[in-house]
Each structure stands twice: as C-alpha cells, then as structure tokens.
Design a binder for this molecule. Structure first.
Ligand code: P1T
Length: 381
C-alpha cells in the first residue's frame, strides 16, 4: 500500500461482530472469561483493549513497523523507552529537544544512574565522538523542537549499529508522511501523538513503533507493567485523526513554506528556521531525507525584544497563543517562557532560544489569512 491508502486502511479490519467500519470504543476495563485463563484474546485493558489494538496496528503500519504502542502521552512513551536501560548506561541525545524530554532526562532519570550527553547532531561525527563503552541509546529528535535542526538519520543509525547501540527517533515534527525512520535504520520511532498523528488538539497521547519482535516484547512488557497506556476513547479519536494524516500534512507543508517565505522576506524578522528554506543550515540533508518540510517553523525578531515579542503574540487573531502543535488550527508559542522554560536560561540562549524566538505551528487554514494575521502584528512592533 502507498501512504495515502495506508493511513486509512493499514492493518485495519471491519469490526468482526457487526461489520462496523469504524472500530467501536470498547469502553471496558475488563473482559469475561469462561474458565480461568480462557478468554477471547483480551483480559484486562491495561494489557490490551480492542480499540487501542486497532490504533496500535495503524501506528505500526504508517511507520512501516511490525508493532505499535499507544501511551497516555508522548512523555509516557519516552519513559517506556528509557526503562529499557540500566543504571550506569549512557544516552547520547540532541542538544535541541522538546523541553519536557530534556526535563525527563535530567530531572527524572539521572538520579537512577543514567547519564545523558547532549550533542549537536547537525554533524554525525559529534555523535561518534561522544560514544563510550557504556553508551546504550542514541536519542534523535529531527527536526528539533523548537529550532528545526535536522539530523542525518541514516548516518547516525549506521554509527549506532556499528557500536551495537539502540537508536530512537522522535518523529513528532516530521510524521511518517515526511520521513520513516525505521526505513532509515532506527530501532524505535517515538511520537507525541498529541500532535500531527491525532491532528485535532483533542487528545494527549504517545506512540512507539518498532520492527523487531524482541524489542516489541520488551516494550510491551514495560507498557503493561508500567501502566502508561492510552484509553479507548482517546484511541478512537487518534485513529480517526490518523486517517487524514496524509491530506492534512500536504496542506501543512504548503502553508508552512508560504509562511516561512513571507517571514524570511519581512524587514522586521532577523531569522527564520524552516528546513525548506535554502538559508536553513541543514537544508541539504532535509531535502535528501524528507519528502517535504512540514508545518513547523520558528523565527526571531530584529532587536530580540521580549516586549515586542509579547505584543506580537498578544495581538494575533487567527493564530492562537498556546503550547502544543500539529493540530488543524495554527498556534503560536513562546519557547523561552512556555514549552522550553524547563531548560536553564544559559543553555537555552547558547542554542538560540532567545527572548524573541517565536514558534509557529502552521495549520491548514487559508494561507492568505495566516500571512495577513502575521503581517498585521508585525506592524505593531
Ligand atoms: O506532550 P506529550 O504528548 O507528552 O509529548 C511530549 C513531546 C515529545 N516530543 C516532542 C517533539 C514534543 O513536541 C512533545 C510535546 N511538545 C509540546 C507540548 C510543545 O508544545 O512543544
């Protein structure tokens, strides 16, 4: 199946009892057994639930995996991956990550003896140099949140394999419409399904996808034993979202490029971070690795004034000032005080997450309305 077909039909079947085209919401915690241990494949919804199974099968299909797992949030999915590790294991991660991922690594897991090294993944050599005999996992986020840095997945997974290290790609910003990391050598794909996979800003959810049976067994055990599962109602909503992923992404990409070009040519804008622009530091690898460039971008104002930035954000009419991304509606975010506030100021500024950095999740509205909204607020600063 090609991708547009796969998001709708991949690993899906009509409900066997009635032929229902959409999987029902099996809003049940438990399943009757005819004799102890004798059941119809489902025992207790933490282990498995038919609505979640349908979604997990779809997750596997869209990332070209064999197994998918749905969690109560993206961070619960990340937590599950880290529980594969043992004290003294080392993890190499990108230096630009979603703030909550950074917070989990440094504030939750360091105290259990895991060691994190953050490197600029623009250059795969930086990853190679950071490897020690204890390195067990390489965590890539590409494009990164919020600076849209792009890592060469094939080059980095090749290094990981040479050293027998597990590699993970947080594919939240790109989605499988733009890149399928398992095909590029990654062992695990992770998503905040809250974003593009769900697509409608109505569910908080995480996903993992793999294509190795042993890894799937280990992750399923942790999911079951740890308990951070997605519920049936949320699974239904996310499955509904996945079906329109391809068509939504097509428009996100078209609008993302139009907004990026508008901002790049605006006299009050200092810099735009969008992998589709030729001026982007990683444009060449983005072009090679991704089918298109997505709907996420960040930009910085000339003068880097926090006051101007707040004025701009307070006056947007079509864009909503809010955390999160990947829904049909356009959102604007101020990383320094919102999504990335948990990263120490010094670290943030070193990376470029300064006071005037604004991140946009460009939605699927008419691009003329989005550009007019930005044009009008840029007049105020
Ligand atoms: O919010 P949650 O579903 O738990 O997912 C965490 C997460 C993981 N990875 C990436 C790349 C993310 O962007 C996120 C969540 N991000 C936001 C809420 C945000 O506004 O950036």
């Amino acid at each position: 199946m090609k991708f547009n077909t796969k998001v709708i039909h991949g690993n899906q079947q009509h409900e066997p009892a009635t032929g229902a085209v959409m999987v029902p919401i099996y809003q049940t915690s438990t399943f009757a057994q005819s004799s102890p241990g004798k059941h119809k494949g489902y025992e207790y919804s933490r282990a498995a639930n038919p609505t979640r199974t349908a979604l997990e099968n779809a997750f596997a299909a869209i990332e070209n995996g064999t197994h998918g797992f749905a969690f109560s949030s993206g961070l619960a999915a990340t937590d599950c991956v880290l529980r594969l590790l043992n004290p003294n294991d080392e993890i190499i991660a990108g230096d630009d990550l979603y703030g909550g991922t950074y917070r989990m690594f440094t504030k939750l897991f360091e105290k259990y003896g895991l060691k994190f090294t953050f490197v600029d993944m623009d250059n795969p050599e930086n990853v190679k140099k950071a490897i020690t005999k204890n390195t067990k996992l390489i965590w890539m986020e590409t494009p990164t949140n919020p600076l849209l840095k792009v890592a060469d997945i094939s080059a980095i997974t090749k290094i990981a394999k040479e050293h027998n290290i597990l590699s993970v790609v947080d594919n939240t910003f790109a989605t499988p419409y733009l890149q399928q990391p398992l095909d590029l050598g990654a062992d695990i794909v992770m998503h905040s399904a809250t974003k593009y996979l769900g697509g409608h800003s109505d569910v908080v959810m995480g996903a993992l996808m793999v294509k190795d049976a042993k890894l799937a067994e280990d992750l399923h055990f942790i999911q079951f034993a740890g308990g951070g599962i997605a519920g049936p109602m949320d699974s239904f909503l996310a499955l509904r979202g996945v079906k329109t992923l391809a068509i939504r992404m097509q428009r996100h990409c078209e609008n993302g490029m139009a907004v990026a070009e508008f901002l790049e040519n605006h006299p009050k804008v200092e810099q735009v971070y969008y992998p589709g622009l030729k001026s982007h530091a990683n444009h060449d690898i983005a072009k090679k690795q991704m089918r298109d460039f997505g709907g996420m971008l960040s930009f910085r104002l000339k003068g880097d004034s926090k006051k101007d930035t707040f004025t701009l954000l307070e006056n947007l009419k079509v864009f909503t000032l809010a955390e999160s991304l990947g829904g049909v509606e356009s959102l604007a975010n101020h990383p320094a005080t919102m999504t990335h506030a948990s990263i120490p100021k010094e670290e943030r500024e070193k990376l470029g997450i300064t006071d005037s950095l604004i991140r946009l999740s460009v939605g699927i509205e008419d691009k003329e309305d989005l550009i007019a909204d930005l044009e009008s607020v840029l007049k105020l600063v």
